[in-house]
Design a protein around this ligand. Structure first.
Ligand code: MG
Length: 165
């Protein structure tokens, strides 16, 4: 059933994971992190932005990132995830909603993310057009569990709150 979706708030959740491999850049939230391994994927594999994009899509019922930007399409080979995010945010803004708040968890054992959290927050604030205070980023290790493949991958979980302008 379709109805009036002009509600004051909408929430979204996004999850993504990519493997760490040699010969790749490590990008998290649009920030390049110096490390011998980077995330592998068809695009630039920015796992945090991918989870954020899926959270945005989910909040307003758009198809997910893989449907909108298929990894079988050569057009998105090495695609800049910041540009994909801007494309989706423009679509979201056209519906009358803007981002009010973001909360994110990065799951990885290496590298240590905490030193980069301030820069990642600044980057997300610039992209999402909200103050840094409205962005949460936590870095968690796997503690030897299988939450993410220890040493071999990075996962991101993001929640987002949209507000009707
Ligand atoms: Mg991805």
């Amino acid at each position: 059933m379709k109805g009036n979706i002009n509600i004051p708030f909408r929430v979204g959740i996004g999850l993504d994971a990519h493997q760490l491999r040699k010969g790749r850049k490590l990008l998290l939230g649009g920030v390049s992190i110096p490390f011998p391994l980077g995330l592998y994927g068809h695009s630039d594999a920015d796992v945090l932005l991918h989870a954020l994009i899926d959270a945005l899509c989910g909040a307003i019922g758009l198809p997910d990132i893989g449907t909108q930007f298929p990894d079988t399409d050569p057009k998105y080979h090495n695609a800049n995830s910041q540009e994909l995010f801007k494309t989706v945010l423009t679509r979201v803004n056209r519906t009358g909603y803007r981002i009010a708040q973001i909360d994110a968890i990065l799951v990885c054992d290496q590298p240590k993310i905490n030193p980069y959290v301030p820069e990642i927050r600044r980057s997300l604030a610039r992209l999402a057009k909200i103050p840094e205070d409205l962005i949460g980023i936590k870095a968690k290790t796997t503690e030897g569990t299988h939450l993410a493949l220890p040493q071999k991958s990075i996962a991101a979980l993001v929640t987002i709150l949209l507000i009707n302008q």
